[in-house]
Design a protein around this ligand. Sequence first.
Ligand SMILES: C[S@@+](CC[C@H](N)C(=O)[O-])C[C@H]1O[C@@H](n2cnc3c(N)ncnc32)[C@H](O)[C@@H]1O
Length: 283
Amino acid sequence: MVLLQLKSQFLDRLTPLYDAEEVARFFELLLNAFESKKRIDLALDPELETQQLPRWYQAMEALERFEPIQYIIGETEFFGLPFEVTPATLIPRPETEELVEWILKDANAASLSILEIGTGSGCIPITLAKQLPHAQVTSIDVSTEALAVATRNAKRNAVNVQFIHQSVLETEALETCFADQFFDVIVSNPPYVRHLEKHEIQPNVLEHEPHLALFVEDDDALLFYRHIGQLAQNHLKKGGKLYFEINQYLGKETVALLNQLGFQGIELRKDLFGNDRMIRCER
Ligand SMILES: C[S@@+](CC[C@H](N)C(=O)[O-])C[C@H]1O[C@@H](n2cnc3c(N)ncnc32)[C@H](O)[C@@H]1O
């Protein structure tokens, strides 16, 4: 089939479900992923035929089920680097790029030791390892599937990150894992969405992204912050920094928790959408 004809089918099927601009963007992303072509290629040669018709139909069906385009293509970009993503990994968000940028702006030491909690695709530790080639970067996750994806992403981006299968909630095992280790930086974007906030979440996220990465119980929303804060009290060097991405509705509560745990210089920052989204503090 000629690609221009396929495009008109694509637009007819998907514009009732999505913004027209978004549908056009999906088409271009798939054109690039499936056919290695750009929009201009179609303009230059209106007779171009698709080589991948079954894949296009599968993708249209997946988009009709509101599967995220990143899972359909199998990859996304974070901080200009390519990352494989699967339904076992959260799709990296622009807010998280801002958190990484904050760490990079602060990082002036030649060789930092960095621990990240909650690997997912590996977007945070891999980007830090890429941008700070002398840093030693370790990252833990409870999901073996996510760790497998992150391991491939580290290889793809030619960096060395030590990935460890470990829950941050198992205090004893965690202490054994990091016995006698002290880090300059600990960073985490842990699960922080409360079930009571579910109604705000788009179906493409709610029905397709891993709930293990997203949700916490309504009555203990700061569970991960408490455990990671405690870990940081035991394993950050004096003056070492802890960075968190946070729930936009729990800025004050998260600051209060970190105060209570004994951190200094706590700074709450907004993301590019104007929401309270990240915190830095010092041991
Ligand atoms: C919000 S996602 C963040 C993923 C990635 N760092 C990012 O920013 O895109 C949270 C991650 O924490 C992991 N996680 C959930 N419970 C955990 C636990 N008990 N211990 C360690 N990691 C956990 C999830 O598997 C998920 O990969």
